[in-house]
Design a protein around this ligand. Sequence first.
Ligand SMILES: [Zn+2]
Length: 305
Amino acid sequence: MAEAVILGTSSAFPTETRNHPAVYINAGGKHLLFDCGEGTQRQIRIADLKPSIDYIFITHWHGDHSLGVGGILQSLNMMRRSEPVNIIGPSGTTASIKHILNTYKFYSRLPIKTRSLDLKKEMLIADLGQYAIYGINVKHSVKCIGYRLQEKDNINIKTELLNKYKIKPSPLLKSLKEGKDVRYMGKILKAKKFTYLKKGTVLVYLTDLAYEKSLAKFARNADILIIESTFSSTLEEKARDVNHLTVLDALTIAKQADAKKVYLVHTSQRYEDSKTIENEIMKLKKKLKINAEVSIPNDLCRIEF
Ligand SMILES: [Zn+2]
């Protein structure tokens, strides 16, 4: 089981109730951030999350998505962290981190590993054991990446059959999980009969991007889709001008990807009262025949997946 906490749901301007973008994820014992806007550290404190971050995945280097990076690095340095912090983002990320470290005058002993990516197609970018992170370039006014966190599929034992046949816990069960038939008390236990495939869960994070048909493929079968919808569908032209999504764009991607739970974030401050967008969602869900749960989360919304 993994947990995501949406730390910030605003777009360019933080508001009284919405912080700059960041999503904190605890997956397989690793602590990740997708984006790190201003105030991210404080949100981590308020949400009572572990401040020791292993990976920061930056979508792009617009300030609202990255102004918090310097602060986190300063704190991790003061915490005398000895494990490396991995900072991954689009082309230019390594240079941006160098600038940050040159700009802020803290003596850093913190080991930092950076990677700058240019992903013309979906690629594996980090293998965390039980989970893997994939990325792809998306279209924005600057270089930008979409992220997909995928739990690996697992072969599990059918415990109800173990009970039925009175099979006690045994190291042999490990072989069953590896697909091998085993001999137990004189009987052959078939791996096929005693195991099943548990598909891993998927979380997709797409923000600051223009609509492209290919996005649905990247977000395919997402259990959790955290996606921007900066503008109401009535502002389609404006959205196209600034390479952002409307609510209609975001829900079209969600429908085509067959996403199960959809969280619309990066809401423009002009919708501080989210009623306009909520009404639009209701209408569009009917029109597009969307069964997924769709919501406009508040900051610090917690999601288990
Ligand atoms: Zn942006």
